[in-house]
Structures are given as structure tokens and as C-alpha cells.
Design a binder for this molecule. Structure first.
Ligand code: HEC
Ligand code: HEC
Length: 355
């Protein structure tokens, strides 16, 4: 009986042992293959997206610490709005990744803005600003916001300058930031200071660590999502270190966008800027950094869930149907673009007194 048991054990053990060794070899081969394909994935990603710069400089508005300091303060300033309630920070709260979370932002006297607010993080290196590209730079954007009827709503630039000049604290700070100017308290310098601040708002993320060669910075699902993002063709429009912001494209290449977004009204996009019929429904391809943190999605905030936005993009931009699992993977990859907001930007500054 005992002998029989031991024979049985041996015969069972042998194939088990073989299977085990074979399994080890397979595992080793698989991990070798995975290591190779990680390296290949890193290289492919590097070629399409490239390294995130430390800041977003401009030759017209060099970043200086004094300008950034003033810009950080001005970002919170609401006394220069027509009802004294509107600051940049109202609609771009930095702790919320610089978005208000509304479908459409609300400005002075509760006026609704025509579009959803994009984040100002990683925003300064785009071909233009705003969804339809009607602002040339962050400086141009900041200046025009002051007289934007649904934004600060001031009647003219002169009235903004008058208010700022009435506060001694600001006069001193503008002098420090623009030392060679006789009359530094101007809206152009307001725009330069705020712009310089915005140019520092870069948010390094796990995806950057991955591109620097740390394969473990992304989970397996995020890697699958990155592959799907590239293989599906998302990166033909969403490329550069900012994963967008570099071109204009029609929203709804294959089908009208409102069919899927269920938008209440239809926005003609860049047509409003150029009056060229070819620009109907054309929008700037948005930056996707921190996108997981900035719902609702699209220029009109019509879509709440990131996976829905991803499915819609594949359908109407690329005529491809993603499976829910693929959309989840891509959403996980986009989550790896959630970065670290600069500490300095997260501190609420003390503003000059009203006198
Ligand atoms: C009332 C809310 C509101 C206020 C106040 C506001 N913004 Fe915005 N911001 C928006 C909305 C809405 C958009 C999108 C406008 C569009 O595309 O039509 C936007 C767009 C932007 C963009 C463009 C981002 C991109 O990717 O195109 C930047 C930069 C920006 N705002 C910075 C600022 C700064 C700086 C201030 C203060 C001077 C400011 N905003 C004040 C709501 C606001
Ligand atoms: C042909 C160019 C093009 C392709 C390809 C493309 N996109 Fe887009 N994407 C855009 C444009 C343009 C918008 C802005 C749409 C609008 O007006 O709201 C956008 C918007 C988005 C948004 C919303 C961002 C926000 O802040 O609201 C997400 C998310 C997105 N795209 C992801 C993807 C994914 C994922 C893919 C691949 C499945 C993809 N895109 C393919 C051009 C493209």
C-alpha cells in the first residue's frame, strides 16, 4: 500500500516538477519580453510626446521672480472687476486643477460664459488660447479678460489702471517687477505679470517619469491605455509634451458632435474668428494634462465622464468603436497625466490693502 502511494506520488510529482520548471522559464521569457516592450513603449512615447519643459518661456515676456510674484497676487484680485467679485482664481481655482467644474463658467453679476473653462495649468505653450483660438497668448488672454463682458466686465482698461494705481501696495510691486519703466502700472504689465505666473505652471506627472525611463511609473493598465491611445490614433491630434494644444481640428470629423454629446446648442467654433466656412465646428485640440481632474468635458462641458468623452472621441474623430475596457485603459493612461501643481501656486497670497 505504502509502496503504491509512493509510486503514485512520484508519477504525479514528476510532471508537476516539469510543469513548474517550464512555468518558470515561461515567466522569465514573458518578463524579458515585457521589459523589451516597456523600453519600446517608452521610446515610442518619447518620440510622440517628448520631455515636459520646466516652464513655458516667451521671448516677449521673460519670466522673472518679481513678475511671477506680482502675477500670483493679481491672479487673486477681484477689486478690478465691475462687481468686485471676479478674479482669475474664481474661475481657475488652483487647488481644483484650475477649473471651476461648471459646464460653463459664471462671471460678474452671475453672467454665464459661452464655454467651459479649460485649466490654466500647462496652458501657456499652445498655438493660441481659448477653445476657438481667439487669444494669441496667455498675456493677450489675461488682458482681454478684464474687459470681457461675462468675465471681469470692466468698461475699459483705463478704469482697471485707475483702481490699481489707487493701491500703494500694487504701485510698489509693479515698480519692482518692471524696474525700468516710468509708469509701470498698466494693463499690459498686468498681463505680463499674470502671464509670467502662468508660464511657471507646469505639472510633472507619472507619465513623465515613465518617459524618463522608469517603466514602473505606469501600471499595466496605464501602459495598455498608452498603447491604445497611440494605436487608435488619438496622438495624431493630441501630441507634444502637453498632449495637445498644437493644432486646430474639426470636432466631429466623421459625424456631427452634438449627436453624441447631446449638446443643447451648437457652437460653430473657429468660424467665429476666421469667417472661413472650412473652420465651422473647428476647435483647438485641448491639452490633456490633468484631464482626469477637469470634468465636465468638451468646449461646452456637455459630457461628465472621461470614459464617455474617450468613446465619443474615438467614434467621431477616428470612426472607431472602442470597447468599454479599452476606454477604461485609456482613461487610466490619461490619469497618469495628473501632475504635481507647483507648491508656490497653491499658496493663497496676501493682497495689498485698498488704500
Ligand atoms: C468668469 C470666469 C473666468 C474668469 C474670471 C477667468 N477665466 Fe480664464 N477662462 C474661462 C473660460 C470660460 C475660458 C474658455 C473661454 C473660451 O474658450 O471661449 C477661459 C480660458 C482661459 C485660458 C485659456 C486656456 C486654454 O487652454 O485655451 C487661460 C490661459 C485663462 N482662461 C486664464 C485666465 C486668467 C489669467 C484670468 C484672470 C485674468 C482668467 N482666466 C479669468 C473662465 C474664466
Ligand atoms: C482629429 C483630431 C482628434 C483626434 C484624432 C482625437 N481628438 Fe480628442 N479632441 C480633439 C478636439 C478638437 C477636441 C476639442 C473638442 C471640443 O470642442 O470640445 C478634443 C477633445 C478631447 C477631450 C476633452 C478634453 C477636455 O478638456 O474637455 C478628450 C478627453 C480627448 N479629446 C481625448 C481623445 C482621445 C482619447 C482620442 C483617441 C480615442 C482623441 N481625443 C482623438 C481632437 C482630436
Amino acid at each position: 500500500m505504502n509502496a503504491m502511494k509512493s509510486i503514485a506520488k512520484k508519477t504525479i510529482l514528476k510532471p508537476c516538477f516539469l510543469l513548474f520548471t517550464f512555468g518558470i522559464i515561461l515567466l522569465a521569457a514573458a518578463s524579458l519580453y515585457a521589459a523589451e516592450s516597456d523600453a519600446e513603449l517608452i521610446n515610442r512615447a518619447k518620440a510622440i510626446f517628448g520631455p515636459l519643459p520646466a516652464s513655458m518661456p516667451s521671448s516677449e515676456n521673460p519670466i522673472t521672480p518679481e513678475k511671477v510674484k506680482l502675477g500670483t497676487v493679481l491672479f487673486w484680485e477681484s477689486r478690478i472687476s465691475v462687481d468686485k467679485t471676479v478674479s482669475c482664481a474664481k474661475c481657475h481655482p488652483l487647488g481644483l486643477y484650475a477649473v471651476d467644474g461648471l459646464r460653463k463658467s459664471v462671471g460678474n453679476n452671475c453672467k454665464e460664459n459661452p464655454r467651459n473653462d479649460p485649466t490654466i495649468l500647462n496652458a501657456a505653450s499652445q498655438i493660441s488660447e481659448h477653445w476657438i483660438g481667439n487669444r494669441t497668448s496667455v498675456e493677450d488672454q489675461a488682458k482681454q479678460a478684464l474687459i470681457g463682458p461675462p468675465s471681469f466686465g470692466m468698461p475699459d482698461y483705463g478704469s482697471v489702471e485707475k483702481i490699481l494705481k489707487g493701491m500703494k501696495g500694487y504701485v510698489a510691486m509693479f515698480k519692482e517687477a518692471f524696474p525700468n519703466e516710468k509708469d509701470p502700472v498698466t494693463v499690459d504689465n498686468f498681463a505680463k505679470a499674470v502671464g509670467a505666473f502662468e508660464r511657471t505652471l507646469v505639472t510633472p506627472a507619472p507619465f513623465d517619469e515613465f518617459m524618463q525611463g522608469n517603466a514602473a511609473a505606469l501600471t499595466d493598465q496605464q501602459k495598455r491605455g498608452l498603447r491604445a491611445f497611440m494605436d487608435t490614433g488619438c496622438m495624431t491630434c493630441h501630441f507634444s509634451p502637453f498632449v495637445g494644444g498644437q493644432m486646430y481640428q474639426k470636432f466631429g470629423v466623421f459625424e456631427p458632435y452634438q449627436k453624441y454629446t447631446k449638446s443643447q446648442s451648437v457652437d460653430e467654433g473657429r468660424f467665429a474668428v476666421t469667417k472661413n466656412p472650412a473652420d465651422k465646428f473647428v476647435f483647438k485640440v485641448p491639452v490633456l494634462r490633468n484631464v482626469a481632474e477637469t470634468p465636465p468635458y468638451f468646449h461646452d462641458g456637455s459630457v461628465d465622464k472621461l470614459t464617455d468623452a474617450i468613446m465619443i472621441m474615438a467614434k467621431i474623430q477616428l470612426a472607431k468603436d472602442l470597447s468599454p475596457a479599452q476606454a477604461d485603459d485609456i482613461a487610466a493612461f490619461l490619469g497618469s497625466l495628473t501632475g504635481k501643481i507647483p507648491e508656490a501656486a497653491l499658496k493663497v497670497p496676501v493682497l495689498p490693502s485698498s488704500e
